[in-house]
Design a protein around this ligand. Structure first.
Ligand SMILES: O=C(O)c1cc(=O)[nH]c(=O)n1[C@@H]1O[C@H](COP(=O)(O)O)[C@@H](O)[C@H]1O
Length: 222
């Protein structure tokens, strides 16, 4: 059964209100840098207190030793999912895997806010963003990551090639794309092979977040 992940790109108080109001639904809650810097580990405890899964989205991209130390700390926090950039390179990813115990390590391939213009500097090797995302997903598989973050544009091919857990942001039910470029509906993403879809603004900016969550879960067959 695919999962819905709610991105809590909010203030501490707003995030706590939203977590509480949505705590009855089987959701994954994603904590990014803004909320983590403001609320710290307390927000992780709040989510866990409701018995829900925690996705700590720090998107590490640093030298191998620094990333390894960060993964060790995330393990101590007991988060369920943790992100790092596959563009950080094979050695960095292997170093992260060496520190991983229980947390699902997710390699971000190409951000959903990036489009074809991103490729200008590596065009000779990769004719499209999709090709580059596939290449990075293959590395993620190779080094032993648990999953990848990718757009719905390439998730089918990534799933087919790697069998990894697939996490797909850039999901919209409204027409307001904001900064996202590669955008798909929940159904389309899931039918292409997404295991977890990530939704932020369409939920937390809605007048009735619970209703949006219910509709999305319903359409996913919950
Ligand atoms: O790693 C992520 O979660 C992520 C990767 C990516 O390629 N694109 C992307 O949008 N995200 C995250 O997914 C969420 C999407 O939020 P909305 O665009 O508001 O639905 C944000 O928290 C982003 O940080």
């Amino acid at each position: 059964m695919p999962k819905l992940c709610v991105a809590l790109d909010l203030d501490r108080e707003e995030a706590y209100r939203l977590i509480e109001s949505l705590s009855g639904y089987p959701l994954v809650f994603k904590i990014g840098p803004k909320l983590f810097l403001e609320a710290g580990r307390e927000v992780i405890e709040v989510v866990k207190g409701y018995g829900r899964e925690v996705f700590l989205d720090m998107k590490f991209h640093d030298i191998p030793n620094t990333v390894k130390l960060a993964v060790e700390e995330a393990e101590k926090l007991g988060v369920d999912y943790l992100t790092l950039h596959t563009l950080g390179g094979r050695e960095m990813l292997e170093s992260a895997v060496s520190a991983r115990r229980k947390t699902n390590l997710l390699g971000v391939t190409i951000l959903t806010s990036q489009g074809e213009e991103y490729l200008d500097f590596i065009k000779t090797r990769f004719p499209s963003v999709k090709e580059l995302a596939l290449y990075l997903a293959d590395i993620a598989k190779d080094v032993g990551l648990d999953g990848v973050v990718c757009s719905a544009q390439e998730v089918y091919e990534i799933k087919r090639r790697t069998g990894l857990l697939t996490v797909v942001p850039g999901i919209r039910v409204s027409g307001d794309y904001g900064d996202q470029k590669r955008v798909f509906t929940p159904n389309k993403a899931v039918s292409e092979g997404a295991d977890i879809i990530v939704m932020g603004r369409d939920i937390y900016r809605s007048a009735d977040p619970g209703k949006v969550v219910e509709r999305v879960l319903e359409s996913l067959g919950e």
